[in-house]
Design a protein around this ligand. Structure first.
Ligand code: 5AD
Ligand code: FES
Length: 343
């Protein structure tokens, strides 16, 4: 059997064979094909849309790669509760049934304010999922948000290797805490998404294997990976961006290792390649996260340079994506898009 067939049969390979698979392009076509077969087996042609609302670009953290880190010069904004609810209303009318509230770690949004926003969305849209992507909080805060009606949480671990983590983050942040947050979120009952950047500075193949091993331990419902893209003004502004091919290869590997996972085809892929998101879907991804933020703020949520979809109205994005998804051979699903569990 080829390594791809064995990976598919066992949902796993020994480290050495994973390394070989990740470091060659020889198996790419076979990988894409196997991953697409597995995704069709579990999810059919369905692609789930998640409406992304980037509600604040203030951040108290200083991750070295991120364009909205606190020490970067950036025009900052915050959305009001009313603006956020407007985004949801527009998204609902367009057919979105998941709202993702994403932001920097911004203490302006106290737990009380977030609970007020989450409860309002929950009471207006009882048939929708509410996903939070707001970083590291205490167990108590995570519990409060869950009780108000949030049911999913995205928190990329960024890298599962201690020394790599410390080269991407300032000393006050720790991998141990990030991992702990992920296990806490699972324990509370959230559907949990994690992930990492492909081609971040100093990343080795061994680091990526550690990421895959950590995700086997966590067993996340969603796995988001995107190529690293340098952001102006950050310490990494002159580094090379991550490889699109390696990102696609990893999407396929993850589909074979985690057949039931929700895997987004990310905006970062679309930024690096005009058909990046279509290629991501064909490599095994089954989720797309269009932007629902008000157009006047989109350009300001600049976590990396040249981010796409900053000038389009939400409705245009939906139409554009629908064409892209269909041209790749898939269909938008109107369902809330829960994970199909392995049982
Ligand atoms: N390039 C690509 N992805 C980035 N992220 C942050 N900065 C960058 C960058 N320069 C990713 C991180 C974060 C997610 C919201 O965006 O993985 O978790
Ligand atoms: Fe936003 Fe194409 S998805 S313009």
């Amino acid at each position: 059997m080829s390594p791809v067939e064995r990976l598919r049969a066992n949902c796993d390979l020994p480290d050495e064979e994973l390394r070989n698979l990740l470091e060659t392009d020889l198996f790419d076509e076979e990988l894409y094909k196997a991953a697409d077969e597995v995704r069709r087996c579990v999810y059919g042609k369905d692609v789930y849309l998640r409406g992304l609302i980037e509600f604040t670009n203030y951040c108290k953290n200083d991750c070295l790669y991120c364009g909205i880190r606190r020490s970067n010069k950036a025009e900052r904004y915050r959305l009001t509760k009313e603006q956020i609810l407007d985004c949801c209303a527009q998204g609902y009318a367009l057919g979105y049934r998941t709202f993702v509230l994403q932001g920097g770690e911004d203490p302006f949004y106290t737990d009380d304010l977030l609970c007020d926003i989450i409860s309002s969305i929950r009471s207006l849209y009882s048939d929708c999922a509410i996903t939070l992507s707001i970083g590291e909080k205490s167990e108590e805060s995570y519990r409060r948000f869950f009780e108000c009606g949030a049911n999913r949480f995205l928190l990329r671990h960024e890298t599962a290797d201690e020394s790599h983590y410390s080269r991407l983050h300032p000393g006050e942040m720790s991998l141990a805490n990030r991992k702990q947050c992920l296990f806490t979120l699972k324990k509370i009952g959230y559907q949990v998404g994690t992930g990492f950047m492909v081609g971040s500075p100093y990343q080795t193949t061994q680091n990526i294997i550690s990421d895959l091993r950590f995700m086997q331990e966590l067993s996340p419902d969603m796995i988001g990976i995107g190529s690293f893209i340098p952001a102006s003004g950050t310490p990494f502004e002159s580094f090379e961006h991550g490889s699109v091919l390696l990102t696609l290869r990893l999407i396929s590997v993850m589909r074979l290792m985690f057949p039931h996972a929700l895997i987004p085809s990310t905006t970062a892929l679309g930024t690096l390649h005009p058909q990046g998101r279509e290629l991501g879907l064909k490599a095994g991804a089954n989720v797309v996260m269009p932007n629902l933020s008000p157009v006047e703020y989109r350009g300001k949520y600049a976590i990396y340079d040249n981010k796409i979809c900053t000038g389009e109205e939400s409705a245009q994005c939906k139409d554009c994506l629908q064409r892209r998804i269909e041209s790749a051979g898939y269909e938008i699903s109107g369902s809330v898009g829960n994970v199909k569990r392995n049982n």
